[in-house]
Design a protein around this ligand. Sequence first.
Ligand code: ADP
Ligand code: MG
Length: 422
Amino acid sequence: MNYSKKTVTDIDVKGKKVLLRCDFNVPQDKATGEITDDKRIRAALPTIQYLLDQGAAVIACSHLGKPAATFDSYVKKQAEKGKDPASVTEEEWKKSLQKLSLAPVARRLGELLGKDVVMASDVVGPDARAKAAALQPGQILLLENTRFEKGETKNDPALAKAMADMAEVYVSDAFGAVHRAHASTAGVAAYLPAVSGFLIQKELEIIGGALQSPKRPLVAILGGSKVSSKIGVINNLLEIADTIIIGGGMAYTFSAAQGGNVGASLLEADWEDYANDMVKKAAEKGVKLLLPVDTVCADAFAPDANTQVVKSGEIPDGWQGLDIGPETVALYCAAVKDAGTVIWNGPMGVFEFAAFAKGTEAVARALSETDAITIIGGGDSAAAVQQLGYADKMTHISTGGGASLEFMEGKELPGVACLLDK
Ligand code: ADP
Ligand code: MG
């Protein structure tokens, strides 16, 4: 994939209507609807501010959550949850949509920008079209949740064209959604000159740069829960990295594949052959593959479980490995020390419990102390680094969990591929 894409600074936006796809998919309090973390809104500010300063009229849009775009699909979802379809009312459906309105985002965005954000009550309906038509340079309009339109996730060309018709330029800054080929993330680019905002530009420069021409040695640290969810990443990074470090829950599948006892640890028995293939492939390619040598295991999956440190492959029956052990920590931290680039995806243990956060914390600290370019991808890894207080020390924490994973898998990202090449 070509990562060299035109960005907002490469085109003239002065006096133009700019359709800006943001990632305003923010977490909200279930009961009050209050935005519990506005990080994603803040992340969008540089591009929005730049466009406004340039004298563009900004028509922002985003999805929020997973609304049922039609009553039928709402009934289906409720039925899947075990509800009697006959008892589901349209009223209920409309209420469920209201909960996913972007109106609270418009208010928060207005506070952060220190200016009015006009809110449209629809995406491409009469209200949105009228407000977009009336929008002046330096003003900003936010369209309603793009997923209220059933054509959004289907990448319906009619919806994409209707969105494009309101604007003259398309800017995509929703890195968190670029792995999806939806009307507002990719389809719309067929009808307008399409460029990236600053967020996507940075993701492409840093992650794309590390994948294409990394400062070596390139060390990839892979962890998290399952091998099956990281196959693509392991496979792709085996082609690129000098060293691959395995931790987290997936390490036990590697251990079991080598004949070790993993007790009650997370194990994907179907993936053992695959794990062995990866070890073989690493050897063939001359990639150093590091596996844990010891593990912290517990007698229950609980924050206050009894724990003991054992050698890898020697976990007693009934016990489960929930973190890498101290010898492994030392080994992994040493491997990171002289790296030129470190890509990290997946925590080393169940960091959500303090008793099993030591491995993840030690690796985070080691990364914070290297001179290497440090890149964190994956939703939980980003959360772990933030929670442990090392966020400021990393070169880059990706703003897209799923998108960064697909990026590291070497997959084409539809929301990037559709942008103009430099
Ligand atoms: P990311 O979102 O960064 O890609 P994953 O979703 O793959 O990461 O994995 C994160 C989850 O893996 C965390 O919730 C963590 O608790 C879990 N995990 C890590 N190590 C283990 C383990 N040894 N056993 C069970 N779960 C684990
Ligand atoms: Mg995750």
